[in-house]
Design a protein around this ligand. Structure first.
Ligand SMILES: [Ca+2]
Ligand SMILES: [Ca+2]
Ligand SMILES: [Ca+2]
Length: 271
């Protein structure tokens, strides 16, 4: 009887512990899918070398009172524009659903991405990794995404080395919780120092690619300005390419506004 009770108690305590509650999550993405909904092309300038916007892994780990972010791309980072942070052309958006509750959080995104989130994937926090000065990124958020600014975190330092863009932020800025339990979406964009209109330092996708414009989309704002993102089970499986293309499906109205915006969902660490 005593043994049975003990094993029941053990079973109960195991059940209450979420699987993989180890403070760390590693999500993988297939390579070669840096084409948004399947049609996007890189700008023609040689600084946008092959693989520059191809995400292969996103790792988030809580260490003490810090949360470390490591994003791996398919090619070595370079700093052709002398930004001083070890990378230049990339800009990474990490959306975090900390509570997993339908309808809780933001379903919109900062201007320039042209995506929305499904209500079940509404986000609580967004971490932006940019090669721009932190002060500039914060000022852009202040003026262009005022309604979201309380939930956007810009790390004090972001650096690129090898194929990795890394940053660390105070865990308190991301609310409570264990990264292995979060819903996460990572959107790869390109750092644009001279953003058009109200775009938050993002590079436009047009119908035809140009020296500093992605192609294969639409000249209006109905197309998602997202080059790569996580999808499916985030294990790097080839099926995730199709899942990404599905997620980034969009429809344009005649005036170039969105008839149906691309709607993103979160991915989670597989149990
Ligand atoms: Ca990829
Ligand atoms: Ca466009
Ligand atoms: Ca992808």
């Amino acid at each position: 009887m005593k043994t049975r009770l003990a094993s029941l108690t053990l079973a109960a305590s195991l059940l209450s512990l979420p699987a993989f509650a180890d403070g760390k999550v590693t999500l993988k993405d297939p390579s070669g899918d840096d084409n948004g909904p399947g049609t996007y092309k890189y700008p023609t300038d040689t600084v946008y070398k092959k693989g520059s916007f191809d995400l292969t892994e996103a790792s988030i780990e809580k260490k003490g009172n810090k949360v470390d972010f490591n994003l791996t791309l398919a090619t070595n980072l370079e700093d052709p524009w002398r930004m001083g942070k070890g990378f230049a052309t990339q800009m990474i958006f990490i959306f975090i659903d900390t509570d997993g509750k339908e309808g809780s959080g933001h379903t919109d995104s900062p201007p320039g991405l042209n995506v929305q989130f499904a209500p079940a994937s509404a986000w609580e926090k967004l971490v932006i990794l940019s090669p721009q000065e932190t002060a500039r990124v914060k000022k852009e958020i202040e003026t262009k995404a005022a309604g979201l600014k309380g939930d956007i975190v810009v790390p004090d330092r972001t650096k690129g080395a090898g194929k990795k863009i890394s940053a660390s932020v105070d865990a308190s800025l991301l609310g409570a919780g264990d990264p292995s339990q979060w819903g996460i979406q990572v959107v790869v964009q390109s750092n644009e120092g001279f953003p058009a209109g109200n775009d938050l330092l993002t590079r436009k996708v047009n119908e035809y690619e140009g020296q500093h414009r992605f192609g294969g989309g639409h000249d209006g704002e109905c197309d998602p300005h997202a080059i790569d993102l996580l999808a499916g089970s985030a294990k790097g499986d080839p099926s995730e390419v199709k899942a990404q293309h599905e997620m980034l499906k969009y429809e344009c109205a005649e005036d170039g506004s969105a008839k149906q915006k691309a709607t993103l969902t979160m991915v989670r660490q597989s149990k």
